[in-house]
Design a protein around this ligand. Structure first.
Ligand SMILES: O=c1ccn([C@H]2C[C@H](O)[C@@H](COP(=O)(O)OP(=O)(O)OP(=O)(O)O)O2)c(=O)[nH]1
Ligand SMILES: [Mg+2]
Length: 148
């Protein structure tokens, strides 16, 4: 599908988020920083991606997720764990970068810091009931099926 995007940082032109391979799910988002940003262990900073998107239909959302390399090798994940972008949001797309590691990490301007996945959404209407039709699981959870 086509996604309306506004470029807010001219440096993005020519390096717009794109699918790195034919089968990629995520579009890498760049840190539109003016200077390198060092995150001390435990620090989080909201970083602009240099663009705004408008999904424009309640049947879609976008999720911002960590990149696995940065997350596992350097502890750079997201301050909100997952970013959820509403279909009617038109403001600057931001990434909260959190250094959950033990060493400082420097994010360079225009480095790819996270990835965005567009997903389908079902909006529901709450239907209040007194009880549920029986299911195989019922209220079992939190390991109820065993751990091995
Ligand atoms: O990582 C993120 C998370 C959110 N947003 C933007 C898009 C999203 O549609 C909006 C609101 O996000 P959310 O609903 O998660 O935050 P909130 O704290 O509930 O704010 P609001 O009261 O504005 O909904 O902020 C981002 O740019 N990056
Ligand atoms: Mg909200």
């Amino acid at each position: 599908m086509r996604l309306d995007v506004r470029i807010l940082d001219e440096r993005l032109r020519g390096q717009m988020p794109h699918y790195a391979t034919a089968g990629s799910a995520g579009l890498d988002l760049r840190a539109c920083l003016d200077a390198p940003l060092t995150l001390a262990p435990g620090d989080a900073q909201l970083i602009p991606t240099g663009m705004a998107i408008h999904l424009g239909h309640p049947g879609y959302a976008a999720m911002i997720l960590p990149r696995s390399g940065l997350g596992t090798k350097h502890g750079i994940v997201l301050g909100n764990l997952v970013g959820l972008i509403d279909s009617d949001y038109q403001g600057p797309l931001m990434v909260s970068c959190w250094n959950r590691g033990k060493a400082a990490f420097t994010i360079e301007p225009m480095e790819r810091v996270a990835q965005m996945v567009v997903v389908p959404v079902v909006q529901v209407e709450m239907n209040v009931v007194e009880g549920f039709e029986a299911s195989e699981r019922g209220a079992g959870g939190f390991g109820s099926t065993g751990s091995r």
